[in-house]
Design a protein around this ligand. Structure first.
Ligand code: PNS
Length: 158
């Protein structure tokens, strides 16, 4: 049984995240999508809301499980007995942060392997931060997130 963890803030989930989950689901037996609830303080959605939106938008991926975790990713990785961590890599701007995180996680647990998956070109610019900014200023985000996420973001701002 090959299990990978896909950790993130997912505040909120967007089409770029969903593409990474779909790609990961084809490479392993189970993808555990793990919402980091440490980042609750500055988040638009609570950890429970982020989990619920992920659950609603991943029903078509049968080998994916949604959960949340507190504390260090390495500890969650150990508890889950996963084989690797998956992260999406969009552009050079992501690289430094992702590289730092991968090396830090490996220094905390030598067995933690990070696998980077690249989304398709049309999703490369997507980020939850930018999506929230556009929605807050009443821009159209319907091409960027599933409809249920669009409605939830809209309710938070308007
Ligand atoms: O979607 P994000 O915000 O880029 O995800 C970052 C996340 C949640 C994967 C990262 O901050 C994380 O792993 N947080 C858990 C706490 C932790 O282990 N921090 C040390 C990572 S080097």
């Amino acid at each position: 049984m090959r299990t990978v963890i896909y950790p993130g803030s997912f505040d909120p989930v967007h089409h770029g995240h969903l593409e990474v989950i779909e790609r990961a689901s084809r490479l392993c037996d189970e993808v555990v999508v793990a919402v980091a609830s440490n980042s609750e303080k500055n988040a638009l959605f609570t950890s429970a809301e982020r989990v619920a939106l992920l659950e609603e938008t991943t029903t078509h991926i049968s080998n994916c499980k949604i959960t949340s975790f507190q504390g260090l990713l390495v500890d969650f990785f150990r508890q889950t007995e996963a084989n690797a961590v998956v992260r999406g890599l969009r552009a050079v701007s992501d690289f430094e942060y992702e590289f730092q995180m991968a090396l830090m996680n490996r220094s905390l647990n030598i067995d933690l392997e990070t696998i980077f998956l690249v989304p398709s070109q049309e999703r490369i610019f997507l980020s939850s931060r930018i999506i929230k900014e556009v929605a807050r200023l009443e821009g159209d985000i319907s091409e960027l997130v599933p409809a249920v996420v669009k409605d939830a973001v809209w309710k938070k701002f308007h």
